[in-house]
Design a protein around this ligand. Structure first.
Ligand code: C2O
Ligand code: CU
Length: 508
């Protein structure tokens, strides 16, 4: 990937266990035995493609550039798509052809990844795997068909750039949408540190140099699990569960949590009428924060996750991991209501809040504590799929293991015994049903994300990002119907950049 990735890899070498060193030695010799390809190929200019006859084309230009944002009176310098974070929403209809131009006006290489979309490999935005990095002052045109309706977002796939302001919603509308709601509100959650005296790159450097966050004890080594005592779980989110499943949830201390780029002292507001039905499209664009989301005075009916329809499920609140999306429908009462996203397991930085206003009344304060947060809090992987979203029943043709490993002290994360670049890619043949048995061998929760496909949990629930609790094991099935080289990684961007990624390569 990038120079900094190489530096990081060098830093990690000293700390890896014996098994990993053996893996490293094996890999550096030849990676061809399983058909696995290592990253950092070069690509040249993308081959232009055209829409099919009759296919509608949606175009947009995204200018990645330095920007200054106002966070409730505090000015921060960051990088964004245009002048705001989140950047401007991109909207299309399922089946449309998207031609999206990245104009890189940053002082660094970047790319755009279209998170959750089953697109052609060449448009996936992973430098060294699907394209060359886009150099400062140059452009790159992403051309792809968006086959499935749903709530998505996009962000860079370089370093920890996601933890700047470089993210924006991507909504693919359903041409057959039954509708049944009066308004739509896109709700983008974020944890914010950039420009507050540090940058995400500095945060990562410090995590590696310090061997993890100051408050955290050691965790299992790369090869094993070891015993661990992770001290207090902190935070308030999800206390209602009695024992919330997420264990230790984050590494980074954030001064702000935002909804639609705004802190709770200057909240984003949706104005609507009592009795109206609103569809919330909730996206967690945070880098290191799982949130519990609730709307004061209301229950919500979850209708979709990661774009896929679920059996409608009424909840007081739900967890949302980094990279996950949930759509919920709610019938609005009369008044002013806080939509609160409470960081799980974090003791500073407060919470994120926006408002829905359907009548007169004073706005709740930034620290408001809606009762729903202590109600029934849904764990998304327990949703049941809608019949239309089920993966058809089929025996797997192939299986693979995926072990999430690592520790915070020292700060090392990897998959299958080594950090990305040193681990052996998973492989699949086109047409196969692949069953990946994923195991979280750490005491931390990781949102596991797959590019270019969706997978099914044993219940049939379709996801592209799933929260894996400490020590949890989960079989995920996917149909290999989109050839190319793809990423599987933790969507904690600091974990990913420290090595918690692996390739999934199609082989002959
Ligand atoms: Cu949103 Cu590879 O990730
Ligand atoms: Cu992780």
């Amino acid at each position: 990937m990038t120079d900094s990735a190489l530096t990081r890899r060098t830093l990690l070498l000293g700390g890896l266990g014996v098994a990993s060193v053996a893996t490293l030695a094996a890999c550096s010799g030849a990676s061809g035995t399983t058909g696995g390809r290592m990253p950092s190929r070069t690509f040249g200019a993308p081959v232009p493609v055209s829409p099919s006859p009759g296919q509608k084309t949606v175009t947009a230009t995204l200018t990645a550039k330095p920007a200054t944002l106002d966070l409730g009176g505090r000015t921060v310098s960051t990088w964004a798509y245009g002048d705001t974070a989140p950047g401007p929403v991109v909207r299309a209809t399922a089946g449309d052809f998207l031609r999206l131009t990245l104009d890189n006006q940053l002082p660094a290489d970047t790319t755009v990844h279209w998170h959750g979309i089953r697109l052609r490999n060449a448009a996936d935005g992973v430098p060294g795997m699907t394209q060359d990095p886009v150099k400062p002052g140059t452009r790159f045109v992403y051309e792809f068909t968006a086959p499935d309706p749903g709530t998505y977002f996009f962000h860079p796939h370089v370093g920890v750039q996601l933890d700047r302001g470089l993210y924006a919603p991507l909504v693919i509308q359903d041409p057959d949408e039954p509708g049944g709601y009066d308004a739509e509100w896109i709700v983008v959650l974020d944890d914010w540190v950039d420009g507050t005296g540090t940058t995400p790159d500095d945060v990562l450097k410090k995590l590696i140099a310090d061997g993890g966050p100051a408050s955290s004890g050691g965790m299992g080594g790369m090869g094993g699990m070891g015993g661990m005592d992770h001290g207090s779980m902190g935070g308030m989110g999800g206390m209602s569960m009695g024992s919330p499943p997420w264990g230790d949830a984050g590494d980074v201390t954030y001064p702000f949590f935002l909804i639609n780029g705004k802190p709770p002292t200057d909240p984003d507001v949706l104005t609507a009428k009592p009795g109206q039905k609103v569809r919330l499209r909730v996206i967690n664009a945070a880098s290191d924060t799982i949130f519990t989301l609730a709307l004061g005075g209301h229950r919500m009916t979850i209708t979709h996750t990661d774009g896929h329809a679920v059996q409608p499920t009424e909840v007081d609140a739900f967890y949302i991991g980094m990279g996950e999306r949930y759509d919920a429908v709610v019938t609005l009462a009369d008044g002013v209501f806080p939509l609160v996203a409470r960081p799980f397991g974090k003791t500073s930085g407060g919470q994120a809040m926006a408002l829905i206003r359907t009548g007169p009344g004073a706005a709740p304060t930034a620290g408001v504590n809606p009762a729903e947060l202590s109600g029934q809090v849904l764990i998304g992987s327990q949703l049941q799929p809608a019949a239309s979203a089920r993966l058809p029943d089929r025996k797997p043709d192939a299986t693979a293991r995926l072990d999430l490993q690592g520790s915070m002290k020292p700060y090392q994360w990897g998959i299958n015994g080594a950090p990305f670049g040193s681990n052996e890619p998973l492989t699949v043949k086109a047409g196969q049903r692949l069953r990946i048995t994923a195991t979280n061998m750490t005491m931390m929760t990781h949102p596991l994300h797959l590019h270019g496909h969706t997978f099914a949990l044993p219940s049939g629930l379709r996801k592209d990002t799933v929260l894996m609790a400490p020590m949890e094991s989960l079989s995920i099935d996917l149909d290999a119907d989109n050839a190319g080289d793809w990423m599987i990684h933790c969507h904690n961007i600091y974990h990913a950049e420290a090595g918690m990624m692996i390739a999934l390569n199609y082989v002959a």
